[in-house]
Design a binder for this molecule. Structure first.
Ligand SMILES: *[C@@H]1O[C@H](CO)[C@@H](O)[C@H](O)[C@H]1NC(C)=O
Ligand SMILES: *[C@@H]1O[C@H](CO)[C@@H](O)[C@H](O)[C@H]1NC(C)=O
Ligand SMILES: *[C@@H]1O[C@H](CO)[C@@H](O)[C@H](O)[C@H]1NC(C)=O
Length: 979
């Protein structure tokens, strides 16, 4: 007995060893980013709260780890101790409140640590002490009220600290904590509760960027030279801050000072400090009308590259405003003001060098003709985004003839005059998207001969007339997506000699006009026809792409309302350069085997949701796609694959098969896919039976292949259990034996000779008796078919259960005149015990095994079950009845595979324990069932038995049904296990 348990332990240990030798290649909560060489891992939204559990199986090769949007509240000590090569650790958007002081121990190489968007209110002073290489520390959006003076003391490489959106009050303590960080460049303290910049130490000289916006600063209160080395200083939205507090401040190196929505006066600031006017952002300082003129006067001898005047409530700009002013050389930003008209940019007439003008987020409604206005030749880029422009009149840009970039998007332009864009010969980019345009005329773009990008997305254009774009011979990108185009005239695209990208997605096109697109064949590389109304009802349509030998990217996904339906025969013929093809959401009725034949360059194929009902991919369908790297077939209703489907996909790296209908996947199908690194099998109804045992083993032991979220995949046929750990040991009898005999024989021989001796002894003995009984049975059958059994049942039990047998079983069954064989009573004295058992099993109509924990541990009982199940399988003699005296955990049973094999043939009986609600009637029921089972014939076929079982269930009373419900038989599948 002890010997048997010991043997089992050794076998288990060896199996565990084997599994550990191979990499387990899926992660409980994480995914390795494909192609990242085991370096980049994401563990996002895994509903797990224990950080050590989440990261426990991440490979030590990891360099970048993101653990975001989980339910983590605490970071334990040594949480990442095995991830010593991490350079980036992102823990944002969790519920972290506390962090153990040793949490980040060992992360010597860490460069980036992101703890933003948590609930951290304090940090132990040693928590970052190992992070010598940290350069970026993000702690924004937490509840920090204080920073320990020594918190950053070891982080001598730190360059960026983000502490925005906390509750920090004490600036002085903060400065102390960072004062030795000689590489610190960037400190963000916005959205805290600082009231002054009072300090006891100096800032590191390296600190160039200090963000203090949205605090409660009412005065600075710092030394005059405290900010001397700062280059970017943001003090905006400290609404109480006034000019006076800047008096005498040394702002020598400032390049960018933001003061919007403070009480600071620009003029006074210039008087009080040594700041250069060109380094001030003049936004939000109430600079309009007279104040603006005054400021200008102040600046009149200066050169200002960027004049930023956002949010100053400016309504109108006088044509002289910027005359007695600085020379603005580069950009003027007037966004977020209240201008109703541009006045043909008369206010720029004194500015001869300005190149960029932005008037976004104002109240412009109309762009009038500026034909007669003085020209602003310097202007190259003009943006009127986010206004309320409804109408653009002819010659609206005649005053700015040198524009190269014009942004009119996000307005409500419904009327764009034929001549609106007249004269813009240098224009390269024109944004007209997100307006209300319905018509474009064939002379609208007449002068735009330099245009390269034309964006007309999200308008209401319905028809593209002939020659609309005829002058745009340099155009490379034409975006017409999101319109209402139903019709494109045959010459609509004439003249587009350089077009590479054509976006026509989300329109109402009903077909693909091969002639029309054919005209673009020499240059076109990207064609987006997503979400139109393309549908075919016959297979006999010529390929519309026959000439498109340069096309690289074709999107045909999500045709409205119900998809393409019938993909015409050889539909993609001619697309020999195509790299990516998107056919998602198309309800295609079957793909012909030749569908993708021409796509020899294809690297990405997306067929998600593209089928109706159950799809069966034709053998050879991907035969030419040797360059395919990504194949996505999510939710296609695929039930199985034949080997020829994947045959030639030798370049395939990523395979997405999630949400399909297959219950198993034959891994030999994937044998040829030597470059495969990632197979997504989520949400497939995978069965946890032996047909998937190889798949399971493979998913867990493959080194090159990742199966994302494998540990979340459940068993379709065993609700509540998981695919990754269903018991496949029994399926591996042969392999295991092979492993034993080949790989481990030597070891075992050396170390386990005594055990092996016992093991072989029993094997021989079993084999011998099994053979002998088989022979005996054959002989008996021939000789005496009619021979009566000596007993109705042989009772096999362990001596520990003798009381129950003698007190319950015997009286009940012998009382009903069954003849029982009990070993202590009926075995022949002096005969070998094994012979006795054989004789008993064959001399009884049934063998009843009384199963308990002690029974499972007994060597003899295994032999009895073995013999009885031998009769069951080899002779179709159904002789075994199992009576469970106590609930036996599934796991334990599964190690007794033969018993499980029996259980799929038989209903087992559970002895109702004393904790049963109505023990007496349950026991009565038990005896009735046992007797019925004893009386039943031995030679029923399996089907009959099942029928009988079902019949029994339905035919008996409610009580019995309930009894059955509470004692569900073990699932009907075969598990084998090493003996
Ligand atoms: C850690 O990084 C070093 C240097 O880049 C490398 O040599 C080593 O193999 C890495 N260790 C692991 C476990 O990836
Ligand atoms: C997060 O964890 C807390 C306890 O740690 C639990 O009460 C809460 O329900 C969890 N939330 C989610 C979304 O799992
Ligand atoms: C990985 O982390 C390093 C160090 O922070 C960073 O420079 C790099 O961009 C990260 N790589 C990716 C792919 O996120």
């Amino acid at each position: 007995m002890a010997d048997s348990a010991c043997r089992e332990m050794i076998i288990k240990a060896i199996i565990i060893c084997l599994l550990k030798l191979a990499f387990s290649y899926s992660f409980r909560s994480c995914v390795e980013i494909p192609d990242s060489n085991h370096k980049i891992f994401r563990c996002v939204k895994c509903h797990e709260s224990d950080i050590t559990t989440i990261v426990s199986d991440v490979f030590p090769t990891a360099t970048n780890l993101t653990v975001s949007r989980n339910n983590i509240t605490y970071i334990q000590g040594q949480s990442f101790h095995h991830l010593f090569n991490l350079t980036s650790l992102v823990l944002d958007a969790n519920y972290i409140v506390n962090i153990h002081k040793d949490a980040f121990n060992n992360l010597q190489k860490l460069q980036t640590l992101n703890l933003s968007w948590n609930y951290i209110s304090s940090l132990h002073r040693d928590v970052f002490s190992d992070l010598h290489h940290l350069t970026k520390l993000l702690l924004g959006n937490n509840n920090l009220t204080n920073i320990d003076m020594f918190l950053f003391s070891n982080l001598t490489n730190l360059r960026i600290i983000d502490l925005c959106r906390n509750h920090l009050k004490n600036f002085s303590a903060l400065v102390e904590s960072i004062s030795n960080l000689s590489r610190l460049i960037h400190l963000d303290l916005s959205f805290n509760k600082l009231t002054t910049l009072h300090h006891s130490t100096r800032l590191p000289n390296s600190l160039a960027k200090l963000i203090l916006s949205n605090n409660n600063l009412h005065k600075l209160g710092c030394d005059k030279s405290f900010l001397k080395y700062v280059e970017v200083l943001d003090l905006s939205k400290n609404t109480l801050l006034s000019s006076k507090t800047f008096q005498g401040l040394n702002l020598e190196y400032i390049k960018n000072l933001h003061l919007s929505f403070t009480k600071v006066s620009a003029g006074k600031l210039l008087n009080y400090t040594n700041i250069q006017p060109r380094h001030i952002d003049f936004s939000g300082l109430n600079l309009k009308d007279h104040a603006l003129t005054l400021l200008c006067f102040h600046l009149r001898d200066h050169q200002i590259p960027k004049m930023i005047l956002q949010s100053n409530s400016i309504r109108v700009l006088n044509k002289n405003t910027f005359c007695n002013c600085a020379n603005i050389t580069d950009e003027m930003d007037l966004s977020q003001n209240a201008m109703k008209t541009t006045g043909c940019l008369k206010f720029l007439h004194c500015q001869k060098q300005l190149e960029t003008l932005m008037i976004e987020h104002n109240h412009l409604t109309k762009l009038k003709s500026c034909k007669k206005s003085k020209k602003v030749y310097s202007l190259k880029s003009l943006s009127y985004r986010y206004n309320r422009i409804l109408q653009v009149n002819g010659y609206a840009f005649s005053n700015t003839p040198k524009l190269t970039n014009l942004e009119l998007n996000i307005n409500i332009i419904a009327y764009l005059d034929h001549k609106a864009l007249n004269g813009l010969k240098d224009l390269v980019t024109l944004r007209l998207d997100n307006n209300l345009l319905t018509d474009i005329y064939n002379d609208t773009f007449k002068d735009l001969t330099s245009l390269k990008t034309l964006n007309l997305r999200n308008n209401h254009i319905a028809v593209i007339f002939n020659y609309t774009f005829q002058y745009l011979s340099n155009l490379t990108i034409l975006d017409l997506g999101g319109n209402k185009i139903t019709q494109m005239k045959p010459h609509a695209f004439d003249g587009l000699k350089s077009l590479t990208n054509l976006y026509l997605d989300r329109n109402h096109l009903k077909e693909i006009d091969g002639m029309l697109f054919g005209r673009l064949h020499a240059t076109l590389q990207v064609l987006d026809l997503q979400a139109n109304h393309i549908m075919y009802s016959t297979e006999h349509t010529d390929s519309p792409f026959i000439n498109m030998s340069r096309l690289l990217d074709l999107k045909l996904d999500a045709q409205e309302p119900n998809g393409i339906n019938l993909l015409p025969h050889a539909f993609f013929r001619g697309l020999i350069s195509l790299n990516s093809l998107y056919l998602t959401k198309n309800h295609i009725i079957g793909f012909g085997a030749e569908t993708f034949d021409d796509l020899k360059s294809l690297e990405t194929l997306t067929l998600d949701n593209s089928c109706v009902g159950i799809a069966q991919l034709k053998p050879g369908i991907f035969k030419n796609l040797r360059k395919l790297k990504t194949l996505s077939m999510v939710n296609m209703g695929i039930t199985s694959f034949s080997k020829e489907v994947f045959g030639n996909l030798t370049g395939l790296k990523l395979l997405h098969l999630n949400r399909n209908a297959m219950m198993s996947l034959d891994i030999s199908l994937l044998d040829n896919l030597t470059n495969l690194t990632y197979v997504d099998l989520r949400s497939c109804p995978l069965s946890c039976g032996c047909q998937n045992s190889e798949l399971q083993n493979w998913t867990l032991s493959s080194k090159r292949l990742q199966f994302p979220y494998l540990f979340n995949i459940t068993c379709q046929d065993h609700p509540g259990s998981f695919f990754h750990n269903f018991d496949t040991n029994v399926c591996y009898l042969d392999i295991a034996l092979y492993l034993f005999s080949s790989t481990f024989t030597f070891t075992i021989l050396l170390s386990l000779i005594p055990l092996l001796y016992v093991r072989l002894y029993w094997k021989f003995k079993y084999g011998y008796y099994v053979f002998r009984s088989w022979f005996g049975e054959q002989w008996r059958r021939l000789k005496d078919q009619e021979e009566k059994y000596k007993y109705d049942a042989f009772i096999s039990y362990n001596s520990a259960d003798e009381d129950w047998v003698m007190e319950q079983l015997l009286p009940n069954l012998e009382g009903s005149s069954f003849r029982l064989c009990l070993h202590h009573r009926d075995f022949e004295l002096g005969r070998d015990i094994v012979d006795n058992i054989v004789a008993a099993v064959y001399g009884s109509r049934k063998t009843i095994c009384v199963v308990s924990q002690s029974f499972l541990r007994s060597e003899w009982c295994s032999l009895e079950i073995q013999l009885a199940s031998y009769r069951l399988f080899q002779e179709m003699q159904d002789v075994l009845l199992l009576v469970f005296l106590e609930p036996i955990p599934e796991r334990q049973l599964s190690t007794y595979h033969r018993m499980r094999k029996v259980m799929l043939k038989k209903t087992y009986l559970q002895w109702p324990g004393s904790n049963c609600s109505d023990p007496n009637s349950a026991k009565e029921l038990f005896w009735n069932q046992l007797k019925r089972a004893l009386r039943s014939s031995n030679t029923r076929s399996q089907e009959k038995q099942n029928d009988q079982r079902r019949h029994d269930k339905e035919g008996t009373d409610k009580e019995e049904r309930e009894y059955f419900m509470n004692h569900t038989p073990i699932n009907d599948e075969v598990h084998y296990l090493m003996p």
